[in-house]
Design a protein around this ligand. Sequence first.
Ligand code: G
Ligand code: G
Ligand code: MN
Ligand code: NA
Length: 255
Amino acid sequence: ADRADAAAAALEAGRIVAWFQPQVCTDTGRVTGFEALARWSQPDGGAIPPAEFLPALEDAGLLARLGEQMLRQSLTALSAWDRSGLDVPRVAVNLSAAELRDPRLADRIAWELDRFGIAPGRLTLEVLETVIAGAPEDVTARNVNALAELGCGIDLDDFGTGHASFASLRRFRVGRIKIDRSFVAKCDRDPDQQRLVTAVLSMADQLGLATVGEGVETGGEHALLAQLGCDHVQGFAIARPMPFDDTAEWIARHG
Ligand code: G
Ligand code: G
Ligand code: MN
Ligand code: NA
């Protein structure tokens, strides 16, 4: 309870903030977007990762509140990069299953985009594979499809760890799949891993879906994913998630 109260208080006080991790195009090396990742800022400049506060916020029924703040901080970041003349095509925000059960979610996101004057195509929503396992008439499915209809990108997060069927990949308007980091790990050195990654990329290609390799930790993994035709990569080998204030310098240095 103490922990839940502390997390809730931090959220209300604005101490849970979006950090940003770049995604780059494997062909050009250019930044194609950032994923927004929640961090609990500490007075000493440190940051507590979501594993240590998301469960508490979930128990307190505050995931929607977190989502709202993450969305606003992400749209604020896009506006700020634009004003600085930095070319950041999009930001990806993680949506929890709880948020996706809110029948007003798509309307609320549309309203925020409008209020910030951000084109819907510059916002991607990351949803877990398990989220699209449900029936098409579910509130969740209607939300995902309404957001796609609005023009937002839909990324299927942690792909390969859930149970998305081929049918659900077609039925839901998914734009990209994010290959889970458990498959990416050592894919340049482990033939079993390489086979898994190759299979996922081939499936994505057949279905006309773009791909993001996540958790890319080495130059070898990056190079192999590029060679196999993975469209985008994200991971410590490119950059760790960073506070907004560090992004401009990183973009400038990265080119
Ligand atoms: O950033 P890190 O790797 O520690 O994230 C751990 C998990 O927390 C990941 O599964 C990530 O998707 C999730 N996560 C990070 N930020 C958010 C957020 O803003 N909202 C939700 N719902 N999940 C998040
Ligand atoms: O589940 P989701 O994909 O949203 O989680 C993203 C999480 O993965 C982030 O919390 C981020 O901190 C973490 N992450 C990002 N890049 C790497 C990486 O190269 N290696 C590992 N181990 N974790 C990573
Ligand atoms: Mn994610
Ligand atoms: Na992921």
